[in-house]
Design a binder for this molecule. Structure first.
Ligand code: BGC
Length: 750
């Protein structure tokens, strides 16, 4: 426990002994102001710096000594002398909780010797569970969570992640990604909640709430970090961190609402987009970082740069002559904390800039004030690290069960010719492909290592798809031949031979785990080796079931007619193998729905909420939108029928809401879950309207033969779009509601 703030504030007369308990305690704002008034320029500059653990560790950055160890002299320099406000990351791979504990203790020991004893805020990417802690639960990636269409799943995933992250002594999580996926080539599609604004908003808000709860000083919660503000997910060329070219209407219509919703839900921090929009790097754009983020969205928390992005204003973006000028640009634009993360001169340069009057003290106090507020809200001044023994649920059976349930709910059945699936448990099957016997393919990137490709960090006891199927139907019924690695054919001939002896071939295509720059690809088609394997399996004439472990929708169109079943399994995490086995062999009825459009060709990447001009075909018919599978698609082992779509009024006036009801019946023989999706089309608008937009959804369970009435309330504001004046606007006119195969129209009168 720390006595610092109390004694310090007592000295400043902000609290006095003898008052009733509540009256004694100064507000966080008062404490922050008191602390700011005590700080030197250099101490303030230090708070705005975030360095990587590399700079306090044995070895050289990106190549630390093993086993990982901190170096006293470096700690002294970085924390003691520079007064660093924040640290982040791991040196190459996950650590045990014991080691995390040692790290935090060592950092804090140095903090305690500094003049003001301001705690260091540690941040980490715990993006699908506490992935940088050994043995921690690995949940499905965000994209798979989006396929559940169940915000409660996202909330629970956030809560479990928060718990296990705090169990590693870390109170700040760089998650969720709120970038809406509009460019399917992008290497970070799997980190998003998919292509639709409404779905991403619901999932994003729930995840933020799961991380933060009601009070981030709770030792089971963390501060979240919305990222990457703004427009990061739309690189024109599909390459990570490359330019986006879009106007303010598109930026506000598609990319801003998820952030607005999360800000309104209380999200504490935000990370900036590493790239540029219309030639202006976002890290140097005050219109976005101050105008939009602060003045419009009303965000009050900490804005942190992304990795090295201030320095990159010099070397990559070439808008600044040198590091010092870049710092001035970014801080004046609105960056509060720089993820430097290696060049220690940041503190000196920032100190000089303040002393030279190049950055006003008001701007510095604002930034440092936000950082100190966050630290106080997290309770770091009282307790920097809780004993890891106080987290009995870390990597528990109940967390694994939740990960399993989330993985099950994400499984999206795309094809099931003549009800080939589920397969009988007496079937003999061959498993082949790089995803078949690979935990790393199930987990994807950010799994024990940044890129997640190293199987030496596999957690013992977790099952690959092959092992899970063995367990489900008996090892004697399952054979396995690798066939191909991610990018290389291995033993396709052996796979062909093995296929002759089985009833079904399950081909598990898998994308090599990769994120950020290493995940850039030139084309959405599968690597040649994997296509070769799939073609060879199809040529055996055995029924082929295709299972996909992928980070983005890699093209499968030519193979669809040639396989009997297709299961989109995404990167479902540690329990994903079990979930795949349960769906394929009928212990679970799939309920996942695509959170994106599954495109049919690599160069025809049109989202579902397209404009009419994207629908025009070469014969001039309005029939040009031809994805393999549309957004929101997913089959079940039962069938659902929609009827009786009713709007409670034919005309909607002013601000009154409309009630929309529809009956959904389970017309098959199994219990199942259906995601009832409400889309609305605006027929005529002053900014070209989309074909349709998702405006509501509800997931329901139905027993065989059961019918339920599902009700939605539609408010006129949900008919709004970003108008020519770049603000939300509604216009009178005709609208059509689509639910399932039913539709009905109404007039809106403003
Ligand atoms: C990524 C961020 C991440 C940060 C810290 C960056 O390279 O773009 O998403 O939070 O590194 O690891």
């Amino acid at each position: 426990m720390r006595q610092f703030t109390h004694i310090f504030l007592l000295g400043l007369g902000l609290i006095s002994w003898g008052w009733p308990a509540q009256a004694q305690e100064a507000s966080i704002e008062e404490k922050v102001q008191a602390l700011l008034s005590e700080m030197t320029v250099k101490e303030k500059a230090g708070q705005m710096a975030q360095f990587s653990i590399d700079v306090i560790s044995k070895g050289v950055p990106y190549n630390l000594a093993e086993p990982h160890a901190l170096v006293d002299k470096k700690l002294q320099k970085v924390i003691g002398e520079l007064g660093t406000g924040s640290l982040l990351n791991v040196g190459g791979h996950a650590y045990s909780r014991e080691h995390w504990y040692e790290i935090h203790q060592a950092i804090d020991a140095v903090v305690q010797k500094t003049r003001l004893k301001i705690p260091v805020l540690y941040g980490i990417d715990a993006i699908h569970g506490a992935n940088y802690t050994l043995d921690a639960t690995l949940l499905p990636q965000q994209l798979a969570l989006a396929a559940t269409w169940d915000p409660e799943m996202a909330r629970l995933a956030g809560k479990i992640t928060a718990y296990e992250t705090r169990a590693s002594g870390i109170p700040w999580n760089f998650s969720p990604v709120l970038d809406v996926m509009r460019q399917p080539l992008w290497s970070r599609v799997f980190e998003t909640f998919g292509e639709d604004v409404y779905l991403a908003k619901q999932m994003g808000v729930a995840m933020v709430q799961g991380y933060e709860g009601d009070d981030i000083s709770d030792p089971y919660r963390v501060a979240s970090c919305m990222k990457h503000f703004l427009g990061y997910s739309m690189p024109f060329a599909g390459k990570d961190r490359s330019p986006a070219h879009m106007g303010m209407i598109e930026l506000r219509e598609y990319f801003l609402p998820t952030f607005q919703a999360a800000v309104d839900a209380g999200a504490k921090t935000i990370m900036i987009n590493s790239a540029e929009i219309d030639g202006i790097p976002v890290h140097a754009n005050p219109d976005i970082l101050t105008g939009v983020l602060r003045e419009e969205l009303g965000f009050k928390g900490v804005a942190v740069s992304d990795w090295e992005d201030i320095i990159l204003l010099v070397s990559r973006h070439r808008v600044a002559e040198n590091h010092k000028e870049a710092i001035k640009m970014a801080v004046n634009a609105g960056v509060d904390m720089s993820m430097v993360p290696l060049d220690l001169r940041f503190v000196q340069f920032l100190t000089e800039l303040i002393e030279e009057g190049e950055i006003p003290m008001s701007r510095i106090d604002e930034a440092v004030g936000r950082i100190l507020t966050l630290k106080m809200e997290l309770g770091l001044f009282e307790n920097i690290v809780y004993d890891f023994e106080e987290y009995p649920e870390f990597a528990s059976e109940s967390h694994a069960q939740a990960a399993y349930e989330a993985a099950l709910a994400s499984m999206t059945l795309l094809k099931n010719e003549k009800n080939t699936l589920p397969l009988a448990k007496s079937s003999k099957v061959l498993l082949t492909g790089p995803g078949a016997h690979s935990l790393v393919s199930l987990n994807g990137p950010w799994s024990r290592t940044w890129q997640g490709t190293d199987p030496s960090y596999d957690t013992e006891g977790k099952l690959t798809t092959y092992q899970a199927i063995q367990q489900k139907i008996g090892a004697e019924n399952v054979s396995y031949v690798e066939g191909a690695k991610w990018n290389e054919a291995v033993d396709i001939k052996a796979a062909v031979k093995a296929a002759r002896k089985v009833d079904y071939v399950i081909v598990c295509l898998a994308e090599m785990p990769a994120t950020e720059k290493p995940g850039d690809i030139p084309d959405l088609n599968w690597p040649a080796a994997q296509q070769e394997l799939l073609e060879a399996m199809i040529a055996t004439k055995k029924p082929v079931i295709l299972v996909l472990n992928e980070a983005r929708p890699r093209i499968i169109h030519p193979y669809i007619p040639q396989v009997k079943g297709i299961l989109q399994a995404y990167q479902p995490g540690h329990e994903g193998g079990r979930a795949i086995a349960s769906v394929l062999f009928g212990d679970y009825n799939p309920e996942g729905k695509l959170p994106y459009t599954y495109h049919s060709s690599a160069n025809s990447l049109i989202p579902y909420d397209r404009k009419t001009t994207s629908d025009i075909y070469i014969d001039f018919s309005y029939n040009g939108f031809r994805p393999s599978y549309p957004f929101g698609f997913g089959l079940s082992y039962t069938t659902f029928a929609y009827s009786n779509l009713k709007l409670d009024k034919e005309e909607l006036w002013g601000n009154e809401p409309m009630t929309i009801t529809v009956d959904v019946k389970n017309t098959g023989k199994r219990a199942g879950k259906e995601v009832v999706q409400l889309y609305v089309r605006d027929h005529v608008a002053s900014v070209t309207p989309s074909d349709r937009r998702l405006r509501g959804f509800d997931k329901i369970s139905l027993e065989p033969g059961e019918k339920k009435t599902v009700s939605f309330t539609l408010y006129p504001e949900e008919l709004a779009f970003i108008g020519r004046d770049e603000t939300w606007t509604t216009e009178s006119g005709t609208f059509t509601v689509f639910i399932g195969d039913k539709k009905a129209s109404f007039e809106y009168k403003k």
